[in-house]
Design a protein around this ligand. Structure first.
Ligand code: ZN
Length: 117
């Protein structure tokens, strides 16, 4: 897990990661549901798609559109276990711990409410 400020500075230096933005449809969905509800979805996505030691289709389990959390995951490199290992120093090949899940939710929340919005 990584310091938030340092992480976001690094993400901003990545041409690929810094390009992601919510489209109007996704931004509207976020507004309509509210942050609390969206963060519940975030937890569900992480638990079902990332938390296992060997998640199904790892590297391809996160769609690139239609839910604000998917966009946030690509923007913050929390989209798959490879990216979590490379960007967040969370090792592959074992289940995510509860503190790691909470950290990932924090990272996604930070992006969703950040100055990019
Ligand atoms: Zn990834």
């Amino acid at each position: 897990m990584r310091d938030m400020d340092e992480l976001f500075a690094a993400l901003q230096r990545s041409k690929f990661r810094s390009r992601f933005r919510l489209r109007p449809k996704e931004a509207d969905y976020l507004k309509q549901k509210g942050l609390e509800k969206i963060l519940q979805h975030t937890r569900e996505f992480i638990v079902s798609r990332l938390a296992d030691a060997e998640p199904a289709n790892d590297g391809q389990q996160t769609p690139i559109k239609n839910h604000p959390v998917f966009i946030a995951q690509h923007a913050t490199a929390t989209c798959c276990r490879k990216c979590l290992a490379r960007w967040h120093y969370i090792p592959k090949g074992r289940p995510l711990t509860e503190p790691e899940i909470n950290y990932i939710i924090e990272v996604i929340k930070h992006w969703l409410i950040g100055p990019d919005m």
